[in-house]
Write a protein that binds this ligand. Structure first.
Ligand SMILES: [Zn+2]
Length: 235
């Protein structure tokens, strides 16, 4: 942990689409291979950015399967149209798609390219080792990625806030434990890279523990009350 030489990791943050999504290219600058975190909105931009940097895309990592992170139809949101995503990426580059096992059913049609993962599974990207962390709450299969002292946090932890817990599949209790225990256990100096630009481009886990109100509730009860009285869990 702590400071690392700049040539240990290739990390590019791209803000794409009208919902301020952050999409990441993460890889090994020596082996010149990278993965895309949450490919959506502008697949050409992602592919061309990697090409221009002489990095080969070898995988797609999914923090969760909401359409603004993986693409898909907007029918569920009462809108027409489609967001380009994983499907369009795989039409351009051969890549495996890594999704938490709890959300595997939401990604259809990728056959053997789809890899189900669980917490503490690891993936080698060149010389780098990336660790999957299951952080349910926003969705049942939400996951974060830890690589070289950096946390890519999807819609679990934002700078100064956290992901919504009032959506189908959300669970505010799990969000509390994800924020305060699963992510709260990480070293303070861990660099934070969130899934949306809601409060800046990056932070640290320590700064969020000190300043993010959603990481600072003393009890689950207090958290649930703040998140809307604690919804009744069905099934
Ligand atoms: Zn989401």
């Amino acid at each position: 942990m702590g400071l690392v030489a700049e040539d240990t990791i290739y990390l590019k943050q791209l803000e794409l689409g009208p919902m301020q999504n952050f999409v990441y290219l993460v890889g090994d600058p020596v082996a010149r291979v990278c993965v895309v975190v949450d490919p959506a909105w502008e697949i050409d931009t992602l592919v061309e950015t990697a090409q221009a940097d002489d990095m080969a895309i070898v995988g797609a990592l999914v923090t969760h399967t909401h359409q603004d992170h993986v693409g898909g139809t907007l029918e569920d949101w009462g809108m027409s149209g489609r967001i380009p995503g994983v499907e369009e990426l795989l039409a351009r580059v051969p890549a495996k798609v890594y999704v938490h096992k709890a959300e595997r059913e939401f990604l259809r049609g990728f056959g053997s390219d789809l890899v189900k993962v669980d917490s503490h599974d690891t993936l080698a990207v060149g010389r780098l080792t990336l660790t999957f962390l299951h952080t349910p709450g926003h969705t049942a299969g939400s996951q974060c990625f830890l690589v070289d002292g950096r946390l890519i946090s999807g819609d679990t932890l934002f700078i100064g806030s956290c992901g919504r817990t009032d959506l189908p599949g959300s669970d505010p209790s799990e969000m509390y434990y994800s924020l305060t225990q699963r992510l709260g256990a990480l070293p303070d100096e861990t660099l934070l890279f969130p899934g949306h630009n809601y409060g800046g481009t990056s932070s640290t886990v320590g700064q969020e523990k000190r300043q993010n109100p959603f990481m600072r509730f003393a009890s689950l009860g207090d958290f649930l009350q703040a998140m809307g009285g604690g919804r009744i869990r069905l099934a």
